[in-house]
Every structure is written in C-alpha cells, then in structure tokens.
Design a protein around this ligand. Sequence first.
Ligand SMILES: [Zn+2]
Length: 296
Amino acid sequence: MNAVELPLARGTVDMATALRTDPVQLDQFWRDPATRVLRVHEGESLVSGDPPKLVLTAPEFVDGGERYFLGLDEHGTAYFASDAPVAPGGGERLAGIRAVGGLLDDRDIGLLVHAIALANWHGTHRHCPRCGAPTEPVAGGHIRKCPVDGSEHFPRTDPAVIMLVSDSDDRALLGRQPSWPPRRFSTLAGFVEPGESAERAVIREVHEESGVHVSEVRYFGSQPWPFPSSLMLGFLARARTTEIRLEDELVEARWFTRDELYLAVRDRAVLLPPPVSIARRLIESWFGGELPNPGG
Ligand SMILES: [Zn+2]
C-alpha cells in the first residue's frame, strides 16, 4: 500500500507472476470463455457508461495482436491484454489513462495501467539490443527473448522524481515548463540519472530547474505513469534557500502561499495539473485539502 491513495496506484488483480512461465496454463486460460481480455492500442482502450467501466471481452472475440497475461482476480478469473486496433461498438468509446484514470474502479485502473505500460514497451522494444534480431514475447508477455543468442529482455520502467518544495513560511514552489498550456503551474520533476538515488535526484533537479537548494527530502508515494514508461516517485522537500534562478527548463517559477494559490486557481489565473496526476495530490497534500478544479 502507498502512504497515500494515489489514483493510478490502485489495482485488485493479482499479477500471478508464477503462472507467466506456465504456457500450458496460459493456453488453458485463453480457451476459457470466462477469461477477460482488455484490448489496448496506442494508449487507449474501450470504455462504456458513466462512470466509465472498461469493456472486457472473451478471448474468442479478440482478433490478432500479441497477448499479455495480466493476472487473476479473487474469483480465479484470468485477465489478458491484447494490443491491436479496436473500433468502438454501440455505447462504447476509446479513452486513455488521462481521461478516465481517476474515474475507473480499482480493478479497472490496475488492469489499464498494466496493459498500457506493457503495450508501450513491446511496441518500442522489438529487437535484441545485443544482436539486432527480432525478439519474441515469452513469459505471458513480460519478457522478450532473442531467438539467436537466447538473451532475455525485461519491460523497462523509468523512475522519475516529482516533488513539492515548501519553504520556512510554508509557501510552495511551483513552476511552468515552456511546452505547457498558458497558466499551467505544477510541481518540479525530472528523471533519475544512472547511478543516482531518488533523494539526490530531488535535490539536483530542484536546483537545476529553479536555483533553490533543498534538504529534508521525504517520500510521499508513487504511481505508474505509462507515458510511455515512467514510475513517478513523489517527495516532499524543504527549501534551504528561496531565491529563484531559472535555467532553460522552466519559463516561470513562483512561491505561492495557500491563499495566493487558492485565489489564483479559483480565478483561473493558475491551472493545476489534473486530479489523476501525482503532482495534483502533492499540491493538495501541502494545501491541506482539495483545490477547485474549474473547467474539469
Ligand atoms: Zn540477440
């Protein structure tokens, strides 16, 4: 369990990792009409209803595409993902994690982030990094194996740190990246470098992006962010200095008091990241409650 309940960190289906290496069992699941398949393609899946539910189907209705074993639920129902183009039927629509991640129930969001993270990896890692030969999915889609040299390649997850920095007056530091829509402010964030701890990445990224020195780095919680393959590690950090010096990663950075942020959000002078993001949860954790979400 996370220290805090994060929208994309939910999930109830047991990954049943021991079964991945049992192809006979996986084939048996695939022949069982009670098995449920989540079809994903290019970051989207089919949903229906309001609040939305994933559209799951029996294996016999799945047309082509690699299949990935997602796990078993408490009733013994097996779940797979399949990656192939899919067209919405009556009452169905295509949606991605950003649109429905906060609205799906625990089982569905767990299945969706697992399926999309896997599909993103398979889509971009089809050749052996040692010899260049095309690789084949094995272990229920959780390994790709090279038929030439036998090397095995595992799905990659890229750790990124994201941090709410507060100062001794309990103001929060938020910034704006040049590619973001106007008025969007969020917490600072960046990828962990090779050979670096997450805590050191927090200290380095905050200083690189804003010129602010931080200490007292405390873990907050994590959630998958498969755009395409990140794991967001959330932290709280305390500023030792407050002077802001921008390099080229941010176009703007500001210290906000709670009142300033509340009014700016209410008046739409500042647009916060969506509720499905860990950034939003970090900001609201500092704020002490939910902030308005004008315009959804
Ligand atoms: Zn190879």
